[in-house]
Design a protein around this ligand. Structure first.
Ligand code: DHB
Ligand code: FE
Length: 305
């Protein structure tokens, strides 16, 4: 059976993608940001997930004001990087997992979450930037390390879904994954945020106190977060801070009690506070005997070489 082994939260600032694509990661401003993901990339290499479900938001790339799905699940075999105005990012096409994605669609829709199914979709910085942060730079002609199931959430046009709805969808996704017969190790990403506002009189707003409390509660007391109304995100975390509700889908897909593996927070990247967390499911232990043996073998091999 498939299992969710961990949840990952990561910001998606487009300038992070530009820094990678233009070879600026060693510049002091960017080094500060990327230094926070070195351990995470090592964690990811060790974890070797078979599939990643990435909860993200589209920024008028695949969708527009003409079509605004609240939740859209990518069931295609591949998702090309979108042209966001200066050509598609030089990253590989994202390979999907149509079998697991269709299974999730069926399970979650029959559980009364009315997902939109996308059999053709391009993905923008909202997805490819967190992928780079966790998987590192991947050559355009190479492959991302695992297939990805994108779940796009509307946080761009009012009304976005509530934090509670997101959390409950996470639970339904977990149930769907755990009813998939193949032994897959799945990670789920919640992306976007943390506090930021990119236009209007409050442009540049960052609220580190709010962000840190969000990360604390995400780890230890997520039920507190699901009660937060949209207006509080807007007021405290800026207009684009509402992206943070996507992290609650990831959190809903995890155990009530999780192990916080890693956390990183830095201010700013462009106009945004960059937050990152890795939360491991305690119940992963049941399914991970095979993986633990493989990880132990890999460790021995690394020591030898
Ligand atoms: C910025 C952040 C975002 O989340 C986004 O989608 C666009 C820009 C920024 O900080 O520049
Ligand atoms: Fe954004």
């Amino acid at each position: 059976m498939a299992r969710i082994i961990a949840g990952i939260g990561a910001s998606h600032v487009p300038a992070i993608g530009a820094a990678i694509d233009n070879g600026k990661t060693e510049e002091p401003y960017w080094k500060r940001v990327f230094s926070g993901f070195v351990k995470s990339q090592e964690w990811m290499r060790q974890a070797k997930p078979d599939v990643a479900i990435i909860v993200y938001n589209d920024h008028a790339s695949a969708f527009s004001v003409e079509m605004i799905p609240t939740f859209a699940l990518g069931c295609a075999a591949e998702f090309p990087p979108a042209d966001e105005g200066w050509g598609p990012r030089p990253v590989p096409v994202v390979e999907g997992h149509p079998a697991l994605a269709s299974h999730i669609a069926q399970s979650v829709i029959l559980d009364e979450f009315d997902l939109t199914i996308c059999n053709k979709m391009e993905v923008d910085h909202g997805m490819t930037v967190p992928m780079n942060l966790l998987f590192g730079k991947v050559d355009k002609d190479s492959h991302w390390p695992c297939p990805v199931i994108p779940l796009a959430v509307n946080v761009v046009m009012y009304p976005p879904p509530t934090g509670h709805r997101c959390y409950m969808l996470g639970k339904a996704i977990r149930k769907a994954v755990e009813s998939y017969p193949e032994d897959l190790r799945v990670v789920i990403f919640g992306t976007g945020g943390l506090s930021h506002q990119i236009s209007g009189p409050r442009a540049g707003l960052i609220n580190s106190k709010w962000d840190k409390a969000f990360l604390d509660n995400l780890s230890k007391n997520p039920k507190k977060l699901i009660k937060i109304p949209h207006v509080d995100y807007m007021r405290e975390a800026g207009a684009e801070g509402i992206e943070m509700v996507m992290w609650l889908i990831m959190r809903g897909a995890l155990d009530d009690k999780v192990d916080e593996v890693y956390r990183f927070y830095t201010v700013p990247a462009s106009n945004t506070a960059v937050g990152h967390i890795i939360l491991a499911n305690r119940s992963r232990a049941k399914a991970s005997g095979k993986h633990k043996r493989a990880a132990a073998r890999a460790k021995v091999e690394r020591k030898r070489s």
